[in-house]
Design a protein around this ligand. Structure first.
Ligand code: 5AD
Ligand code: SF4
Length: 495
């Protein structure tokens, strides 16, 4: 089920005030409402002609940011009149891409290859690409040359323009094979008040900032998502209040580095202060956030986490490497000792916190000793779970120029060893939770067994337990009876 964040009435009022017989307004978001309204007429005509609504299919690669962007895209399409479908032969097919690692790019090319045949059978299909990969000139050049079936390309800074770009395709050049390409280099202003939909009625991600200023030497994100921009706190709070009115009980505040939130606002505010204001929203039960950069995680934030009733007992704290030498080369601005010290402080303030992390194996010049340092941090911190990645050389980043790229076989061996240990520790940690009673936010009916529902604890553990669909969106107490590795089997404690 998908639900809107802004209520339908407000959205319809925006549309009602727009006259599509006039030229489009210059100001956003009215300009986009103009194109949405025009496209609505087009969608209605098509519905009559086809005897069914227009169908859209969105595929999202990558991180939570992209997932949230796709909800915005879905909101715009739904307002136009598209119905979402799983079928890749929809009338409008969009890939929201990721370029953090090479394999994400390869998947997109693979899908585009498959679509060549599908589009031959359905020449009216519109194919659009957006997201981080599109911010790279080499990618767009390759698509222009080898994937002529693509109709629209836009980037990370202007996804709010989707309706305008789609209107250009369907009204101005329906038969043209020329691609519409609109990718912006610099950062755009943040456009508020556009429609968006969310996957779950009771929980939602919310952007608090865009971009990244950290330039970790392996990472392409600052080049494709631009410099850090924070949203105004009032805009964030208004959006969350609206969500809560609409049934949301859990929010995940999203940013590449949430700990530096608010620094570039006219009236600066810290992330901890923002959290305290979010916490005051009545009806909101749970707050999560990601991602935290260890170098910017303040004592003020730790104190707020320690005393908060609503902030979940979970922190994602990317380590990347346990070797201080590599951390310097990665431009991370902390040492192994700084990191361990931070973990100790957090655990002191929030003893039952669940810690998760990201680790890269095979960064240029990584020696056996460097890798052992990573293993030693893993042993000391004992993460509840860890995302482990093989280093991927991203053109344009400083690390791509570094000598001593580590041979594949060595990286693979280290990676396997790390993954095995990370999984063992995670299993040991979850084992220890068995028998405890925890509050679970029920998310959905289990796909495997419809007599079960699944949900998440504050620490983000997944729990399956017998229950009916009416529990979805509710917080209930559950005994975690047995750990099954990455999830628990439990039983609800009835009041
Ligand atoms: N190679 C491998 N992993 C990477 N990440 C970012 N860039 C790269 C890269 N070039 C990982 C980091 C980051 C996560 C989102 O992706 O661990 O925290
Ligand atoms: Fe990439 Fe580093 Fe920014 Fe994270 S903090 S997005 S790893 S540059």
């Amino acid at each position: 089920m998908r639900r809107e964040v802004m209520n339908r009435k407000e959205l319809e009022e925006q549309l009602a005030g727009i006259d599509i017989t006039l030229p489009p307004p210059a100001k956003e978001p009215q300009r986009q409402y103009y194109f949405i309204k025009k496209l609505r007429g087009f969608a209605e005509e098509k519905k009559k002609e086809l005897g069914r609504p227009l169908y859209a299919n969105i595929t999202t690669f990558g991180c939570q940011m992209n997932a949230r962007d796709s909800e915005k895209i879905a909101g715009i399409l739904q307002m136009i009149g598209y119905q979402e479908t799983d079928a890749e032969e929809a009338d409008f097919v969009l890939y929201n891409t990721c370029t953090v690692r090479e394999n994400a790019n390869l998947k997109v090319y693979g899908r585009l290859g498959q679509l060549k045949r599908v589009k031959k059978e359905n020449p009216h299909m519109v194919i659009a690409l957006c997201g981080c990969m599109m911010q790279e000139k080499t990618v767009v050049d390759k698509i222009k040359k080898s994937y002529r079936n693509v109709d629209i390309i836009f980037g990370t800074h202007n996804l709010f323009k989707l309706a305008e770009l789609l209107a250009a395709k369907v009204f101005d050049r329906p038969e043209s094979k020329k691609m519409i390409i609109d990718v912006w280099d610099g950062e755009a202003e943040i456009v508020e008040e556009l429609p968006n939909e969310r996957k779950y009625a009771f929980k939602s991600g919310i952007n608090i900032m865009f971009g990244c200023n950290n330039f970790c030497s392996y990472c392409i994100v600052p080049y494709v998502r631009g410099r850090e921009r924070s949203r105004e706190p009032e805009d964030i709070l208004t959006e969350i209040r609206r969500m809560v009115q609409d049934g949301v009980v859990e929010v995940m505040l999203l940013g590449q580095n949430v700990n530096s939130y608010g620094k570039n606002l006219k009236e600066p505010i810290s992330f901890a202060q923002l959290l305290e204001r979010v916490e005051q929203i009545d009806g909101l039960k749970r707050i999560r956030f990601m991602t935290s950069h260890p170098k910017d995680l303040s004592d003020e934030l730790i104190a707020v986490m320690g005393r908060s009733e609503k902030i979940c007992k979970q922190l994602h704290l990317p380590l990347q490497s346990g070797s201080s030498r590599l951390l310097r080369l990665m431009n991370r601005h902390y040492t192994k000792e700084d990191y361990l010290c931070l973990v100790e402080k957090i655990r002191k303030a929030v003893p039952d916190i669940s810690l998760t992390t990201d680790i890269i194996v095979g960064f240029p010049g990584e020696t056996d000793e460097d890798f052992e340092e990573t293993m030693s941090v893993v042993e000391q911190v004992r993460y509840d779970s860890a995302f482990t990645f093989i280093y991927s050389r991203r053109t344009g980043t400083p690390a791509a120029q570094m000598e001593n790229q580590v041979p594949e076989e060595i990286v693979k061996k280290r990676f396997d060893r790390l993954l095995e240990r990370v999984q063992e520790i995670a299993a040991e940690k979850t084992q220890k939770e068995a028998g405890t009673v925890q509050e679970v936010l029920v998310e959905e009916v289990s796909e495997k067994d419809p007599s079960l529902v699944t949900g998440r604890t504050s620490q983000n553990y997944l729990v399956h337990f017998p229950g009916s669909p009416e529990l979805i969106g509710k917080l209930v107490n559950v005994t975690l009876q047995e750990s099954k590795g990455f999830y628990f089997v439990g039983e609800q404690i009835k009041a």
